[in-house]
Design a protein around this ligand. Structure first.
Ligand code: WAQ
Ligand code: MG
Length: 278
């Protein structure tokens, strides 16, 4: 599902040689409001479509004037993976949150240059997908820079879903937002070419983001953005020199299902850098 709306471009060009013949040139640009994707058994289609439409028309970023739904029959048997383990750090300010994100990414092997590039791109916002950034040299790797790479064909089977919901509810975080983000991050990190991900929501009311990596798992970071900000985004850090088209094809096309759930913990007060998962 993809919901968007057209808005008048802020640049209002006024051509005026004399005031009587003033023409205004208003350009319309399409902005992305929300998106969602998943892998479901065919018996679930009606329910999921209803849920996606409900989400598209009640998004805090505004009401869309276009909703595109596409449904595909996936023939390939999904690859089965385990969800990343979940933890939340104790951060109370934007500065603290950024500091923790920085430390986690550096400890996962991402250069400072690449982390800064990711933060800059996410702050700018506007992408429908994620940007791919090389882990050392900080090069932007995705061919369509306006769009980014959209992860798709991902899901969780019914029994793993129940197990995950139970694990998250023990810590008061059993929400669609957390589950969807965890499913996405688990697929992203299962890609051979990707080392880590940084995510900040574009929902103005949602200020918790995360860093996911093979080393630390899924680490939730409260206050990674200020309330009210509509910009957010995702950056995937790719191993320097890894094959980019293979990586994109995995993220967009390879069906991947979570079959097993890793432990879900609550807020961890210990120094997280000293307790990698692997
Ligand atoms: N593939 C690639 N990028 C995506 C996708 C996707 N399927 N979906 C969203 N994005 C990008 C896009 O640029 C969005 O603007 C940005 O991510 C943020 O998306 O555990 O809600 O759906 O409490 O706003 C984090 C949860 C929630 C943390 C993240 O992201 C927690 C969230 P949103
Ligand atoms: Mg959002």
């Amino acid at each position: 599902m993809r919901a968007s709306k057209e808005v008048k471009s802020e640049k209002l060009r006024v051509k005026s040689e004399n005031l009587k013949h003033k023409t205004q040139n208003l350009k319309l640009t399409e902005i992305h409001i929300s998106g969602a994707e998943g892998l479901y058994p065919s018996s679930e289609i009606q329910r999921v479509v209803r849920k996606y439409i409900e989400r598209a028309i009640s998004h805090p970023k505004g009401r869309p004037d276009k909703i595109i739904l596409s449904i595909e029959d996936i023939k390939e048997k999904p690859k089965e993976i385990q969800s990343l383990p979940v933890r939340t750090v104790h951060s109370q300010t934007l500065a603290e949150a950024k500091d923790i994100a920085m430390k986690l990414l550096k400890a996962s092997g991402i250069s400072e240059k690449a982390i800064h590039a990711a933060l800059r791109l996410i702050k700018k916002g506007g992408l429908r997908g994620a940007s791919l950034i090389s882990a050392e040299k900080a090069e932007r790797l995705e061919p369509e820079k306006q769009r980014g790479v959209r992860v798709s064909r991902l899901g969780i089977d019914a029994s793993a879903f129940r197990f995950l919901s139970l694990g998250l509810s023990k810590h008061g975080i059993n929400t669609d937002t957390v589950k969807e983000a965890l499913i996405l991050a688990s697929k992203v990190i299962s890609s051979k070419e990707i080392i880590a991900e940084l995510c900040i929501s574009d929902d103005p009311n949602y200020t918790t983001g995360y860093v996911a990596s093979k080393k630390f798992g899924y680490i939730r970071i409260p206050h990674i953005k200020l309330k009210g900000s509509k910009t957010g985004g995702r950056a995937f850090f790719v191993k320097e020199g890894a094959p980019v088209s293979k990586c994109i094809s995995y993220l967009e096309k390879k069906p991947v299902m979570i079959k097993k759930v890793s432990p879900c913990r609550g807020i961890v007060s210990d120094e997280i850098i000293n307790s990698p998962y692997k």
